[in-house]
Design a protein around this ligand. Structure first.
Ligand code: P6P
Length: 335
């Protein structure tokens, strides 16, 4: 049984990544050290999120972040924890966070060969009502020894070497890909360890769930409108799809990854580039979807082929089951 294996085999995330990295003889364990610091950040945020209501951490910090959203104390706390953990790992040179207007350039003595882009607490507007929220991250390698610049993170998602998210919900689950499939680890609070519970996650080729904020329907373009119409009123006699929309990307993407279906945050008249951020929402989730056998599309191209020009750039995104995304690609191709 999984429980027995858990008790005796203890495949922790650190052990799992060490196994993965041992396949690369030249690896010096830098990635494993980087990941262990990301895991530390996730454990801290998980504990803080679970105590938020009690520790009066909810409520406004009185500041607004560059997205113009009111920052909640947990946002600020999570961001501080991740920045400190990543800098202290000594394995990073450039950090981009949803919470910080400018990139963070690590001081020379602590620089390493990775650049990390992350949203420390995505979906944070849901904190006060107890809806699942999460941390999303993507990892690039620094391919030079000169002074690091934002150019080192303004790279297409297809150059990411790893990506993942940690969902703080009924359980705390870290989903990770280092380019060889997608694996899910569940935090065992009694051990303080993430244990491998979902090895080699594959998304179903087709799903019967669509996930979009229908409240934006009046602003959608033709292909998105046609696609959603098709989900609700299928012409070929197939059953209508179910709508599931949490409004927290990590929760919506996690359900899509496990159950199949499609998640859409389209462009609309109000936001011509959609709402979700390329570096630390679109790219990591697209990386995971492709690694799980699904795909991710921007309405114009493969999401991972986007080349961002600004660190907080947005993009429309359609991601999930391979066949479902194919359908919306066909509608955009007709346009
Ligand atoms: P809307 C949360 O604020 C977030 O950034 C994502 O987590 C989520 O998918 C999206 O915005 C929800 O946006 O416009 O539907 O509320």
């Amino acid at each position: 049984h999984a429980a027995d294996a858990h008790r005796t085999d203890l495949m922790t995330i650190t052990r799992f990544v060490l196994n993965e990295q041992s396949k690369y003889p030249e690896s010096r364990g830098d990635f494993t050290i980087l990941l262990s610091h990301i895991v530390l950040g996730c454990k801290f945020v998980c504990s803080a999120v679970n105590k938020a209501g009690l520790a009066k951490l909810i409520g406004l910090a009185g500041e607004t972040n560059i997205q113009g959203e009111e920052q909640k104390k947990l946002d600020v706390l999570s961001n501080d924890v991740f920045v400190k953990a990543l800098v202290s790992s000594g394995r990073t040179s450039v950090l981009v966070s949803e919470e910080d207007e400018e990139a963070t350039f690590v001081e020379p003595s602590k620089r390493g060969k990775y650049c990390v882009v992350f949203d420390p607490l995505d979906g944070s507007s849901n904190i006060d009502c107890g809806v699942s929220i999460g941390t999303i991250f993507g990892i690039y390698t620094l391919d030079h020894t000169d002074e690091p610049t934002t150019e080192d993170v303004l790279k297409p998602g297809n150059e990411m070497v790893a990506a993942g998210y940690c969902m703080y919900g009924s359980s705390c689950m870290l989903v990770l890909s280092t380019g060889t499939g997608v694996h899910g680890f569940t935090l065992d609070p009694s051990l303080g360890e993430f244990i491998l519970t979902h090895p080699d996650i594959k998304i179903p080729n087709k799903g019967n769930i669509y996930s979009v904020n229908e409240g934006n329907a009046q602003n959608w373009d033709g292909p998105t409108t046609k696609y959603v119409e098709k989900c609700k009123f299928p012409k070929d006699g197939s059953p209508a799809k179910s709508l599931r929309y949490v409004g927290s990307m990590v929760a919506d993407v996690h359900r899509t990854l496990l159950y199949g279906g499609i998640f859409l945050y389209p462009a609309d008249k109000k936001s011509p580039n959609g709402k979700l951020r390329v570096l630390y929402e679109v790219f990591p989730m697209s990386f995971l979807m492709e690694q799980a056998g699904g795909q991710a599309f921007t309405g114009k191209k493969r999401a991972l082929d986007l080349v961002p020009e600004k660190i907080h750039e947005r993009s429309p995104i359609f991601l999930g089951s391979y066949d479902d995304v194919e359908e919306i690609k066909a509608l955009y191709a007709e346009e």
